[in-house]
Write a protein that binds this ligand. Structure first.
Ligand SMILES: Cc1ncc(COP(=O)(O)O)c(C=O)c1O
Length: 373
């Protein structure tokens, strides 16, 4: 029996393991020096000044909404073609996510649709670099500027990518990464908010630690005991064990993004002439290829054939406004975002992670090619 090929997975080497073991032997398992070092490492690659590492990407989105002051009565524009966390973070703050449709070729938030969804209550736009391709950030920034809105990048798919030569992480007021094992680098669970704005960074730093202004590490360094809780926060801290792993993984990010692109090109070649339609790639962007998404008119048959052959195909995503929770609480439903809804019937994510071989790609292509017309 050939081995099951998952749609995504981590790559861990001996250096990663050694970095974690070294941390376990040290003094600080959490709120210690590895957290700041990891933040600096991510900021260097993302071309941005401040990083706040947190427990996961969802917590990072929540921290971003808090830092921007999103609250009851506020609306935040989000795309439907994303993981639920992109919209849930607005609900956590008592705000209302407002869905704006995506572009049919790229499935990225359509800047014109985002602008059309603006009301006097709109405070921010969260755009998602879906599948790893950066959004049209210049167009989104122009919309945000015209209407005085904050711009947030849900860049959980796009670490290591770039737009017009500018790295993902430096393209919005706050950008958010996830370090889940299927993402570009992993910390097991983990996430980070990055920003050039020192005040936003400070709000997110306090938010991840219950709303308390100093950490145990700060207090030990200063020799004092006093601390104050100045606002309501959460325990969204990440451990030094996780950050040591993340820091070790960072070295390989550029090579992994290159390899993801090579594998994606292999799929483009191998599927040419079949019924699959790849998503549109924009020439002015470095696609980070978290996912390799195609459209297929017989998506369900193709999905079943892949699974029957031990290949972990997937569907990203059920449009968020179609989830029962959203239908019940916000009254959303079919017809709200027709482009995303039409895509949902046809999209398929094929396996893509840097440890895959060219033979793995050929194996997947052979199964897709054999799906009856
Ligand atoms: C687009 C997007 N946003 C947010 C998240 C949430 O990240 P995490 O799983 O680290 O909480 C994910 C994770 O799958 C995601 O794909």
């Amino acid at each position: 029996m050939t081995q099951f090929l998952p749609y995504g997975r981590q790559c861990i080497d001996d250096d990663d393991i050694a970095a974690v073991v070294e941390t376990l032997r040290g003094d600080w398992l959490t709120t210690g020096p590895a957290v700041g070092r990891f933040e600096e490492g991510v900021c260097t690659l993302a071309g941005v000044r401040h990083g706040v590492a947190v427990a996961n990407g969802t917590a990072a989105l929540h921290a971003a909404m808090h830092a921007l002051g999103i609250g009851p009565g506020d609306e935040v524009i989000v795309p439907p073609m994303t993981f639920a966390a992109t919209a849930n973070c607005v609900l956590y703050q008592g705000g209302r996510p407002v869905f704006a449709d995506v572009d049919p070729g790229t499935l990225l938030l359509d800047p014109a649709a985002a602008e059309a969804a603006i009301t006097p209550r709109t405070r921010a736009i969260i755009a998602v670099d879906y599948a790893g391709q950066p959004c049209d950030w210049d167009a989104l920034r122009a919309v945000a500027y015209r209407h005085g809105l904050a711009l947030v990048a849900d860049a959980c798919h796009a670490f290591g990518g770039s737009y017009k030569g500018r790295p993902v992480g430096s393209l919005a007021d706050i950008s958010v990464f996830s370090f889940h094992p299927v993402k570009h680098i992993t910390t097991g669970e983990g996430g980070m908010c990055v920003t050039d704005d020192a005040a936003l960074a400070e709000r997110m730093r306090v938010f991840r630690n219950h709303g308390i202004t100093t950490t145990a590490h700060d207090r030990e360094k200063s020799g004092g005991w006093f601390y104050e809780m100045t606002e309501l926060g959460y325990n969204y801290r990440i451990t030094d064990i996780q950050c040591a792993l993340g820091l070790s993984q960072l070295r390989r990010l550029p090579g992994w993004v290159r390899r993801r692109n090579e594998l994606a090109n292999g799929y483009d070649e191998g599927l040419r002439g079949t019924a699959t339609i790849p998503l549109t790639k924009k020439p002015d962007r470095l696609h980070a290829h978290h996912l390799y998404v195609v459209r297929h008119p017989r998506r369900d048959d193709t999905f079943k054939a892949l699974r029957a052959n031990g290949i972990g195909a997937n569907v990203h995503y059920v449009p968020v406004h179609l989830h029962p929770y959203y239908r019940q609480t916000l009254g959303t439903g079919p017809g709200l975002c027709p482009v995303a809804e039409a895509a949902y019937g046809e999209i398929l994510s094929l396996p893509l992670w840097p440890g895959m071989s060219d033979e793995d790609v050929a194996r997947v292509c052979a199964v897709v090619q054999a799906v009856p017309e």
